[in-house]
Design a protein around this ligand. Structure first.
Ligand SMILES: [Zn+2]
Length: 112
């Protein structure tokens, strides 16, 4: 994802809309549309007629739908606040993400 600092399994906070302040885990990235699927956020109801051949029951199913990157913010594991992420190089060749609020290295950024 171009210029995207959000990784899968990151904790993010919804910054706008009716779910503002809600925190969830990133389940999936959609690089082409700059959207991410956030666990438990932006749920939409889908009506389903069911499928008797597959033994699926009909009814209303709730499903997460992807949220645009501009509507979310990464939550720092250390200071537990929504923050901006920067990059820095440690040990001369290891690039890591860090929290711009507390300057701590983000967990999960050690792997490339
Ligand atoms: Zn922090």
């Amino acid at each position: 994802m171009k210029n995207c600092k959000i990784h899968k399994n990151d904790k993010v906070m919804i910054m706008v809309g009716r779910e503002k302040g809600k925190i969830g885990k990133v389940l999936k990235l959609f690089p082409k549309t700059n959207r991410v699927l956030v666990e438990g956020a932006n749920k939409v109801k889908r009506h389903s007629k069911g499928n008797p051949y597959k033994r699926e029951a009909g009814g209303i199913k709730e499903q997460e739908s992807p949220v645009h990157l501009s509507n979310i913010s990464v939550v720092c594991d250390v200071c537990t606040k929504p923050t901006r992420i920067g990059y820095k190089v440690i040990d001369t060749d290891k690039k890591v993400r860090f929290c711009k609020k507390c300057n701590e290295i983000m967990i999960g950024s050690a792997k490339k």
